[in-house]
Design a protein around this ligand. Structure first.
Ligand code: TYD
Length: 134
């Protein structure tokens, strides 16, 4: 899998003067079943998150509030995505090294994931990841 398999997915948006509504359904809007959701918040200015890859996990990353950047790297090249709308999700396939930075103050990063948390699914060392991906 490569960066070309990762993409911004536009989610359904129900516009309403009372406030907008977005929803996400398994497999219908994203290419995996959701087993877990987690979110990053209270991220201090200048902080960086991520810095790892997953062996088998599929994820959708959404800026629920505010904005931040996600840098994806498949060992062959890297692409920076700026997320700043809660109706856009960035789909990240397995075997992609990711870094998150440029968090705006008060931003919330929600991640939907295809499996439970499993430390054995991580590459935390970039050299190990590059060895296996190239
Ligand atoms: P990590 O995935 O490294 O965070 P990030 O990618 O945002 O920088 O996780 C940070 C810590 O939180 C690490 O000790 C593992 C733990 N953690 C869980 O216990 N459950 C989870 O679902 C996640 C994502 C992390």
């Amino acid at each position: 899998m490569s960066i070309n398999d990762c993409k911004i997915i536009e989610l359904p948006k129900i516009h309403d003067v009372r406030g907008n509504l977005t929803f996400i359904e398994n497999s219908r809007h994203i290419p995996f079943d959701i087993q877990r959701a987690y979110y990053l918040y209270d991220v201090p200015g200048g902080a960086e998150r991520g810095g790892h890859a997953h062996k088998g996990l599929h994820q959708l990353i959404i800026a629920m509030s505010g904005s931040f950047d996600v840098i994806l790297n498949d060992g062959g090249g890297q692409t920076r995505f700026h997320l700043n709308r809660s109706y856009y999700g960035l789909y990240v396939c397995p075997m992609i090294w990711r870094e998150l930075d440029n968090f705006s103050s008060g931003s919330v990063c929600m991640v939907l994931a295809s499996n439970f948390y499993d430390e054995a699914d991580y590459y935390r060392d970039y050299a190990d990841f590059i060895k296996d991906v190239t």
